[in-house]
Design a protein around this ligand. Structure first.
Ligand SMILES: [Zn+2]
Length: 323
């Protein structure tokens, strides 16, 4: 039976219609098909000279030489920033290469590497917040179906000189309700049985208002408004939860394309006070649904896998891996 569900955290409206699809997991080849795999991948270890000069790295070795573990370079084709940027489009667009290994997605990283990647993302966000940018967006596009043009696993940072509408609206929603919508959403999910990882510091859950199959949200319980201010412990917990969720998703859906989005409050220098009420959180969206005519016409999204089913499957896979 279809069911209409509002999502208080995002303001979206979803029609859950599990009867529409008995086989939603049919995108096995989508992630790989048509992906650009250059004969000489610029993100692989040993190919450092094929990117613009790096702006940060962890690990060993000289700048723009091998030996690194995580490497940050300017995006060669920036959405914002660069010398030619016009008014409003100034800022920075960076690529964070997750590891020198071409085949290691975030879900394949060990604990140390996963934590190192998220630490680098937080630290780069700090650099741009401290430089006075208006907003820092962190994301991962995995697979061509999710917008990745280079197959080698990488994250991206966009430091903007304006506040995007979605960020402004999210802040207003927090302010007007006077409650922590992230923790409310998580608590509601756990009561309803759609918790996925229910730790004491970091939790992952399938939101009751999931707009796409196997959508997962992750938050550190003590997280503040900005990932820039996250503690090392919160970063470690969030990184391992994200890695575990992505690994389980890869097995549940046969390596689907996905987006990881860090929802973050507007940036401010860390000395700049507490800022607006917000709670940074991570959204994971496998791109196996299709936005078609009904969705374009109504703005209401249709999800064919209810979050109860998705959460149960992910919990089963997580349990299998810890045995
Ligand atoms: Zn590569």
């Amino acid at each position: 039976m279809p069911e209409l569900r509002p999502d208080a955290l995002t303001g979206r409206l979803v029609l859950l219609a599990p009867g529409r699809s008995s086989r939603p997991h049919t995108t096995a080849a989508v992630a790989a098909a048509g992906e650009v795999t250059p004969p000489s991948c610029p993100f692989c270890g040993g190919h450092e000279r094929e990117t613009p000069p790096e702006v940060a790295r962890t690990g060993d070795g000289p700048p723009d030489g091998p030996g690194w573990r995580v490497r940050v370079v300017p995006n060669l084709y920036p959405i914002v920033g660069g010398p030619e940027a016009g008014s409003g489009a100034t800022g920075a667009h960076e690529v964070i290469v997750l590891s020198p290994d071409h085949g290691a997605a975030f879900g394949d990283l060990d604990d140390d590497q996963a934590a190192e990647v998220l630490t680098v993302l937080r630290d780069r966000a700090r650099v741009h917040a401290d430089a006075g940018r208006a907003h820092v967006q962190l994301l991962v596009n995995h697979g061509r179906g999710a917008g990745a043009s280079i197959a080698h696993p990488h994250a991206q940072l966009l430091a903007l000189d304006f506040v995007p509408p979605t960020v402004a609206v999210a802040a207003e929603r927090f302010a007007s309700t006077g409650t922590d919508l992230v923790l409310d959403d998580q608590a509601e999910a756990i009561v309803a049985g759609t918790g996925v990882i229910v730790g004491t510091e970091v939790r992952a859950w399938c939101p009751l208002g999931s707009v796409s199959p196997f959508e997962v949200r992750i938050a550190a319980l003590g997280g503040g408004a900005n990932i820039e201010s996250a503690t090392d412990g919160q970063i470690l917990g969030a990184a391992i939860a994200l890695r575990d969720v992505l690994r389980a998703l890869s097995r549940a859906l046969d390596d689907p394309p996905y987006n990881v989005v860090v929802h973050n409050a507007t940036a401010r220098p860390r000395a700049g006070g507490s800022g607006p009420p917000f709670h940074w959180w991570i959204e994971v969206v496998p791109r196996i649904g299709v936005v078609a005519g009904f969705e374009l016409g109504t703005g209401v999204l249709v999800n064919t896998v209810d979050p109860e089913t998705a959460a149960q499957r992910l919990r089963e896979l997580l349990d299998l891996e810890t045995e």
